[in-house]
Design a protein around this ligand. Structure first.
Ligand code: GDP
Length: 298
């Protein structure tokens, strides 16, 4: 996903190599190049501005180091600032003291929520947990069946409304899902919710009603990293309409520019917990800001 950005940054930083000393003009020129590279990668403007300001300030004030030459010092600063915008430390899922831990998934239709439910269930199952999937996306035809299919592939159970009962009430299904989890000793409940093609009020209200009914320990906002700048506006809408405690980036295997991945943490103030990079259930892992920064810097 970050191939172009990675190439650009590597070549900008490469230009500094061999310089014995960096003048302020060198730093300004480098910062300008980095700024263009980030904007071309679709990183949100306020994020770029802050990033560049930090890099410049730190590079100009950098102490003379015995261990690092000026170019290495700038690379170190850029790396640390990238880790910073990606969230710094790896943030793990927070589990409830009294199980079941309730994890609610929210996001636009097509963001990869249902697939993620299966991925997360498999990931947690491998860690010794006993997750239950709860199908509260009663809007999209086939969403329930699709969740049941990923559940089967992950080898976990799915709680779904009985067929033939009409559309049903997602809030009621969510509540009954939690009861079922308690009854059948599941220590984690993953609640899939409906997503629309665009942000709309009804969707937000339904998600907020489910949230109020099940009091989730985590609300994960699932966002397709390929949707570019729209990711930021969608994230803001979900933050204001439902609220969330963490972000999951999907489709990091795509060849889009990936600015969403680099903006969403800073813009929403919530950490990225997981990343999805493929259609298979195994294409999923904890998100590590430092590893992602290293990948981008090549
Ligand atoms: P939902 O509408 O949010 O539940 O989204 P789905 O889980 O149905 O996913 C929409 C499409 O994206 C499906 O075709 C998935 O196979 C695909 N998908 C999900 N996650 C990823 C990913 O990380 N990488 C790629 N390439 N495709 C994905």
């Amino acid at each position: 996903m970050f191939d172009t950005l990675s190439d650009r940054l590597t070549s900008v930083l490469q230009n500094l190599r061999g310089k014995g000393k960096l003048t302020d003009a060198d730093i300004d020129a480098t910062a300008r190049e980095i700024r263009i590279a980030l904007l071309e990668a679709d990183v949100a403007l306020p994020v770029v501005r802050e990033f560049i300001a930090h890099v410049k300030e730190r590079a100009k004030g950098a102490e003379v180091s015995e261990a690092l030459n000026p170019a290495q010092q700038v690379i170190k600063i850029v790396n640390e600032e990238l880790i910073g915008i990606l969230g710094g430390e790896t943030r793990r899922l927070s589990l409830a003291k009294n199980p079941p831990t309730v994890i609610m998934l929210a996001g636009l239709q097509g963001s990869g929520k249902t697939t993620l439910a299966g991925k997360l269930a498999l990931f947690l199952k491998k860690q010794g947990h006993a997750p239950l999937l709860v199908a509260c996306d009663l809007q999209r035809p086939n969403a329930v069946t699709q969740l049941q299919v990923v559940g089967e592939r992950a080898g976990v159970q799915t709680f779904a409304p009985e067929p033939g009962n009409g559309v049903g009430d997602p809030v009621d299904v969510a509540r009954r899902g939690i009861d079922e989890a308690k009854h059948a000793q599941h220590d984690i409940v993953i609640v899939d919710t409906a997503g629309r093609l665009g942000v709309d009020e009804e969707l937000m209200k339904q998600a907020a009603d489910i949230r109020d009914a099940v009091q989730p320990d985590e609300i994960l906002f699932v966002v397709d990293a390929m949707i570019g700048q729209d990711a930021v506006t969608t994230a803001e809408a979900f933050r204001d309409g439902v609220g969330f405690t963490g972000v999951v980036l999907t489709k990091l295997d795509g060849d889009a520019r990936g600015g969403a991945a680099l903006s969403v943490r800073q813009v929403t103030g919530q950490p990225i917990l997981f990343a999805s990079n493929g259609e298979k259930l195994e294409d999923f892992d904890t998100f590590h800001p430092d590893r992602m920064a290293s990948r981008i810097l090549g």
